[in-house]
Design a protein around this ligand. Structure first.
Ligand SMILES: *[C@@H]1O[C@H](CO)[C@@H](O)[C@H](O)[C@H]1NC(C)=O
Ligand SMILES: *[C@@H]1O[C@H](CO)[C@@H](O)[C@H](O)[C@H]1NC(C)=O
Ligand SMILES: *[C@@H]1O[C@H](CO)[C@@H](O)[C@H](O)[C@H]1NC(C)=O
Ligand SMILES: *[C@@H]1O[C@H](CO)[C@@H](O)[C@H](O)[C@H]1NC(C)=O
Ligand SMILES: *[C@@H]1O[C@H](CO)[C@@H](O)[C@H](O)[C@H]1NC(C)=O
Ligand SMILES: *[C@@H]1O[C@H](CO)[C@@H](O)[C@H](O)[C@H]1NC(C)=O
Length: 169
């Protein structure tokens, strides 16, 4: 069991030091017209360090970060970035509202999403373990990702991993 935890923690580090929860816009529906993304975003809780990712057919759609005016009116008002790869992972480093739209007309067909990113609930290394409402492996992954943001925790985990290796010999 502890061995599994070590594996889960190390897997968390493999994703990178700031990896958080990846929120896939629209879940299995992806980033497409005629989907109510307010329903999707209302069902997610975003924390600083999480990612929002957009999956769509490259060349057909794209992603622009705009401000509230741009979101409300489907314009480029306050444009702050654009992504076009078809599988875009966008970091959410700040606790604030973020607004994303499709930049080639499909915003008017519902391709717009607004989210609120919350500060991390705790400073402690246990942050995220129970507060995200997830279970089992998801919870361990969230905890591992949260740990990954702190180099001190990283060193502590190396110690745990070393201890586990010793224990298994
Ligand atoms: C999305 O659904 C919510 C809740 O049912 C509704 O209030 C909102 O108007 C819908 N948005 C669109 C663009 O249909
Ligand atoms: C919201 O999340 C719950 C639990 O994961 C899921 O059952 C439900 O279908 C989701 N609703 C929407 C609109 O995605
Ligand atoms: C949307 O655009 C109209 C005019 O184009 C403007 O008056 C309004 O303030 C905009 N919406 C927001 C939320 O700013
Ligand atoms: C969005 O950006 C536009 C252009 O910079 C600006 O005129 C507008 O006031 C901004 N809207 C908000 C809500 O900040
Ligand atoms: C998209 O972003 C790139 C930088 O990443 C910028 O050079 C380009 O002008 C942007 N395009 C638009 C249409 O804003
Ligand atoms: C988080 O840490 C800061 C400084 O390190 C401290 O001022 C703050 O009270 C802490 N917050 C919580 C919720 O522990």
């Amino acid at each position: 069991m502890s061995w599994l935890l070590v594996v889960a923690v190390l897997a968390g580090f493999a994703l990178g030091p700031s990896a958080g929860t990846d929120h896939i816009v629209g879940a299995n529906h992806g980033w497409n017209p005629n989907i109510n993304y307010s329903l999707w975003s209302g069902n997610q809780t975003f924390y600083v360090g999480d990612l929002i990712s957009f999956r769509y057919q490259k060349g057909t759609h794209n992603v622009f970060e705009v401000n509230e005016t741009g979101y409300d009116n489907c314009t480029m008002a306050g444009v702050a970035g654009n992504w076009t790869s078809g599988k875009d992972f966008i970091p959410l480093p700040e606790a604030r509202r973020y607004y994303f739209i499709c930049g080639n007309g499909f915003c008017l067909q519902g391709m717009k999403v607004a989210i609120t990113v919350h500060p991390l609930p705790h400073n402690a290394t246990s942050k995220g373990s129970n507060s995200r409402g997830s279970t089992g492996a998801q919870e361990e992954e969230a905890a591992a990702a949260a740990l990954g943001t702190r180099s001190a925790a990283w060193l502590a985990t190396l110690a745990v991993a070393a201890a586990a290796v010793v224990a298994f010999r």
